[in-house]
Design a protein around this ligand. Structure first.
Ligand SMILES: Nc1nc2c(ncn2[C@@H]2O[C@H](COP(=O)(O)OP(=O)(O)O)[C@@H](O)[C@H]2O)c(=O)[nH]1
Ligand SMILES: [Mg+2]
Length: 222
């Protein structure tokens, strides 16, 4: 045992990959989580965006989440397998108002399974129903979502990247699940409060901040 074990340990990094059809809100979700902003205009993701965000989990555990936002149009693309490889967590995102985006998650999940076929450790997979601010337009019933989770052992999440509802909680729960940490009710409520406060601060003026991903992650995709 070394002396340094008593001191603060370096951040642990977790790689999370966000998958799903185009326009389901993957970029919005990653942006909302990492930068606490929401851009209304739709910009098709070309290749990959990469976000880093440090979070604190119970036990004073600093975790850096790498959030890989993969363009929805790359399901048949050559690079997709490489993006997914080594991920500890996969977010399968669909739009609750778009049934097709839910049905297509089967295909996205098949890619994940194939990439991890030979791997001893499997990533944690989270099913994320986005756009819950559009509840009145929902076409994917919640029990369908739950069934898909149960059948495949996914963790279950409903969020709105637009309002920020449950976004931080979603990422926090995924990180905690990967590390086998249990969050108690007070911790969960606390994170909800933090997110709501953030939204008040940030929704006033939409800021477009560019993200500078580490050079090694900049893969050009045609
Ligand atoms: N109402 C609503 N619109 C959203 C939400 N998330 C994303 N959008 C919109 O859906 C469109 C696609 O979002 P985007 O993040 O680019 O999707 P991506 O293609 O999956 O990355 C944009 O017009 C967003 O403003 C949400 O939670 N609620
Ligand atoms: Mg995108």
């Amino acid at each position: 045992m070394s002396d340094s074990e008593e001191e603060e340990s370096p951040d642990r990094q977790l790689k999370l990959v966000v998958l799903g059809d185009g326009t389901t809100g993957k970029t919005s979700l990653a942006t909302r989580f990492a930068q606490e902003t929401f851009g209304k205009q739709y910009k098709q993701t070309i290749g990959l965006d990469f976000f880093l965000k440090r979070i604190l989990l119970p036990g004073n555990l600093n975790i850096t989440l790498q959030v890989w936002d993969v363009g929805g149009q790359t399901i048949g693309g050559k690079m997709l397998d490489k993006y997914i490889y080594g991920a500890q967590g996969i977010l399968l995102v669909y739009d609750i108002t778009n049934g097709q985006s839910f049905e297509n998650l089967e295909d996205w999940y098949n890619v994940v399974k194939k990439v991890n076929e030979e791997s001893e450790t499997q990533p944690l997979v989270a099913l994320v129903g986005n756009k819950i601010d559009l509840e009145h337009m929902r076409t994917v019933k919640a029990d369908k979502h739950q069934r898909f989770c149960q059948e495949n052992n996914f963790s279950s999440h409903f969020v709105s990247a637009k309002t920020g509802d449950s976004v931080f909680l979603c990422f926090q729960r995924i990180a905690a699940d990967i590390l086998g940490i249990k969050l108690n009710k007070a911790e969960l409520e606390q994170s909800q409060r933090v997110v709501k406060a953030d939204i008040v601060n940030y929704s006033q003026e939409p800021v477009t901040r560019s993200v500078n991903p580490p050079r090694s992650s900049m893969c050009a995709v045609q």
